[in-house]
Write a protein of this length. Structure first.
Length: 195
């Protein structure tokens, strides 16, 4: 046995290479309110998905009706234009949904990295990554919203196209009835050919 008087006490490391401060209450109270941004992003994605689903259903319905041999030439031309516009709308909404989903993932990552940066307060890298994911996530929400605005411009054209097959309705909006792409149709200059 060793004599307790001759034993030198071991020194404990004073600080590890990363200081850690695990205060769960502080993490939850700091990160918790930021969850509302994530919920807003998911609501935005649900809004986009609803619009996309409706456009896809209408697109498929129009293609099925287009196959009918009973269509007049002007109706067929206007339906062709409408189908192409629905295709563009669906492509835009698909991209917007992608932006919304990536945005939501980035904002969730922001909360995770933000929580880690509270625990590991000396890590500047975590703070930078958290700030970067938040910025990119919010930018993608703006990009998705811009795509919805672009889709709205396509819808405006579709509203006019629907009326051009029926002379009484076309004249009611000060347009000539017929093919939307016909350069001789009265009022052609009021409906843009490409949005």
């Amino acid at each position: 046995m060793t004599d307790p008087k001759n034993v030198t006490p071991r020194k404990l490391p004073q600080e590890s290479w990363i200081s850690m401060n695990l205060d769960l209450a502080k993490v939850l109270t700091t990160v918790g309110p930021a969850a509302s941004i994530i919920f807003a992003a998911w609501i935005f994605v649900a809004f986009l998905q609803t619009r996309y689903d409706a456009a896809i259903d209408r697109y498929r319905d129009l293609i099925e009706k287009f196959r009918s041999p009973d269509l007049s030439d002007s109706r067929k031309a206007n339906m062709r234009d409408e189908i192409l516009n629905y295709k563009r709308r669906c492509e835009l909404m698909n991209r917007a949904i992608g932006c919304g989903l990536i945005s939501a993932m980035l904002l969730i990552s922001t909360m995770i990295f933000g929580g880690f940066s509270l625990v590991f307060q000396d890590s500047e890298a975590l703070k930078l990554v958290s700030m970067g994911t938040a910025t990119l996530g919010l930018i993608l929400v703006i990009v998705g919203a811009a795509m919805v605005i672009m889709e709205g411009r396509i819808i405006r054209r579709q509203i006019h196209t629907e009326l051009l097959d029926i002379p009484e309705l076309a004249h009611g909006i000060d347009q000539g009835a017929g093919d939307i792409n016909d350069p001789h149709r009265r009022g052609q200059d009021r409906v843009p050919t490409r949005s």
